[in-house]
Design a protein around this ligand. Structure first.
Ligand SMILES: N[C@@H](CCC(=O)N[C@@H](CS)C(=O)NCC(=O)O)C(=O)O
Length: 200
């Protein structure tokens, strides 16, 4: 298996984290995003024009993009993806929520503040993105007043999906000290066997 990736990306880290838990061997292919590598015609063709990392190339040559789809594929039949239909749907619910209500705010603010800078002409978006990032953290804090994990009764794919950008939210200036339950969950995730850290 080959993982097309960019090391500081939380979306790519999600996949590396699950692969580490599973003890699966794979090849890392660095994509230089600053040079537009993900937008090259070859990579666009591989990823059905999605042109983003991560993308997982399987041994039969087929390519699966989208971080949370990759987590579900790799998690199938393991303790990290619930087998029960309703439990799995709840895990998916959090993974869709991560992509719509969390990542566009917490990850984008991190990318702009810590790596790329705010794109010219989009400065006015920043306060809105910070605000919505804090709203997402508030939803997570509330969840943890009643539950230990996002995937169901145990740690799994939805926790991995949400951990990826939450644990580095401070890079974007988010104050995690305001969310003690979220911080306790981050510590529980980091204590899981086989845990690996993000590369920066
Ligand atoms: N929904 C996608 C988002 C992937 C994504 O945004 N990837 C970024 C890096 S984190 C990327 O490839 N950017 C390169 C580009 O847009 O040219 C996923 O979860 O995999």
């Amino acid at each position: 298996m080959k993982l097309y990736e960019y090391a500081p990306s939380g979306n790519c880290y999600k996949v590396r984290l699950l692969l580490a838990h599973l003890g699966v061997e794979y090849e890392r292919i660095h994509m230089e995003l600053r040079a537009g590598a993900a937008r090259s015609p070859e990579f666009q063709a591989k990823t059905a024009l999605m042109g983003r990392v991560p993308a997982l190339e399987l041994d039969d040559g087929s390519v699966l993009p989208e971080s949370n789809a990759i987590l579900c594929y790799l998690g199938e039949g393991t303790r990290y993806l619930p087998g029960d239909r309703l439990a799995r749907a709840h895990a998916l619910k959090w993974m869709f929520w991560e992509q719509y209500d969390h990542e566009p705010y917490i990850a984008v603010v991190r990318a702009w503040k810590a790596f790329w800078g705010v794109p010219a002409g989009r400065e006015a978006e920043l306060p809105m993105r910070v605000d919505r990032g804090y709203s997402a953290l508030g939803v997570m804090e509330e969840h943890f007043s009643r539950h230990a994990w996002f995937t169901g009764a145990d740690y799994g794919v939805a926790d991995i999906a949400l951990y990826a950008y939450t644990h580095v939210a401070g890079d974007g200036g988010f104050e995690l000290d305001r969310f003690p339950e979220v911080r306790a969950w981050l510590a529980r995730v980091a204590a899981q066997p086989g845990h690996v850290t993000i590369d920066q």
